[in-house]
Design a protein around this ligand. Sequence first.
Ligand SMILES: NC(=O)c1ccc[n+]([C@@H]2O[C@H](COP(=O)([O-])OP(=O)(O)OC[C@H]3O[C@@H](n4cnc5c(N)ncnc54)[C@H](O)[C@@H]3O)[C@@H](O)[C@H]2O)c1
Length: 361
Amino acid sequence: MSASFSVASSTGSYQVTIAADSFASTLASLESPHLIADEFFRLNLPNLAHPPILLEATEQAKSLDRSPALIEALRIAGANRNSQLVALGGGVIQDISAFIASIYMRGLSWTYIPTTVLAMVDSCIGGKSSINVGPYKNLVGTFHPPQTILIDPTLARTLPPEQFASGLIEAAKICFCRGPESFSSYLASNPSPNMPTSALEQVTLSSLLAKKHFIEIDEFDRNERLLLNFGHTFGHALEGASHYAIPHGIAVGLGILCASAFQRNRGINLASIPKVQQLESHLTTLIQTLPNLPTHLRDLDLDLDEVLQRLASDKKHSTTQYTLILLNASGDVSLERINRTPQLEADLRQAIAATIDTHTE
Ligand SMILES: NC(=O)c1ccc[n+]([C@@H]2O[C@H](COP(=O)([O-])OP(=O)(O)OC[C@H]3O[C@@H](n4cnc5c(N)ncnc54)[C@H](O)[C@@H]3O)[C@@H](O)[C@H]2O)c1
């Protein structure tokens, strides 16, 4: 199977191609690219006209204070406004490259080759770049989609199972948010870290088509697209408080479980809704692929105050209200603004503690 579609955006439409075993021919077809690549691929790269800029894919690498060195490296390599910038890596390399591409000489067009499941099924479209500033994750960023996205799902085969699962969790979330048909089509591929490449291709297509719907109606994250933050407010807080020992998608999966524990505590009966049960049981299976999860969670339990502080400082909240994406009584995702009160904070603490307890047993 191979598939191709375009995504409309305010800066013009861009093209996505999904084709297994396309990586080598894709690289060979690029003319004098300035490549920013994940260090992991050091040995997989052919000789290129410009030496690749290799980066470790860490949260520290995607920080604002590391950007000037990268900009200087591109300048020294002779990159100009007509140069072809190519990014090869997961979400970290994507965020760095998108950010640099959006500001270097007031903007370069760029090509993206995602290498993690998360980047293939989710982050590669939507145009966002997010950069950390000091302790604040994703505090600054721009909208600057790549012109072309070339997805070779076979690249995901070298990912550790928990990184693979982390990406599947984002795909599950996107398809669930899109609606029952999309979520059923996702589940029909039997998603797991051992799935065959052909099934990953199918999941990638389902997830990207579902995401395309949201980003085309709300490119700048003001209305419908906000629903895709389901699990993220809790997830970012857990991810940060674990000092990024919990991969992003796994943290989002835990975040979705925290969000539904929070709703149950508020009296919303989710137990009788089959799609919610399916989502929770699928996420629980994927989350358990992280081998040392109980240890990380036990540490967080000691530092629940930090999780709550991080949760409270999410940039989507206002000074008086939390903005949370939650399941409503029909089991659909919806945005709720809830007044900041001591009771709310106690309820959030209880939901997170209960979710941590379940996964440390
Ligand atoms: N811009 C967006 O729209 C967006 C959306 C979601 C997440 N993100 C960001 O993406 C980041 C997470 O990205 P990610 O989960 O894609 O992973 P990543 O880029 O952090 O990489 C995770 C690990 O996998 C390694 N790796 C990458 N590809 C590999 C491969 N094919 N085989 C083996 N190892 C490989 C990396 O070297 C790294 O060690 C977070 O910083 C998050 O904030 C951005």
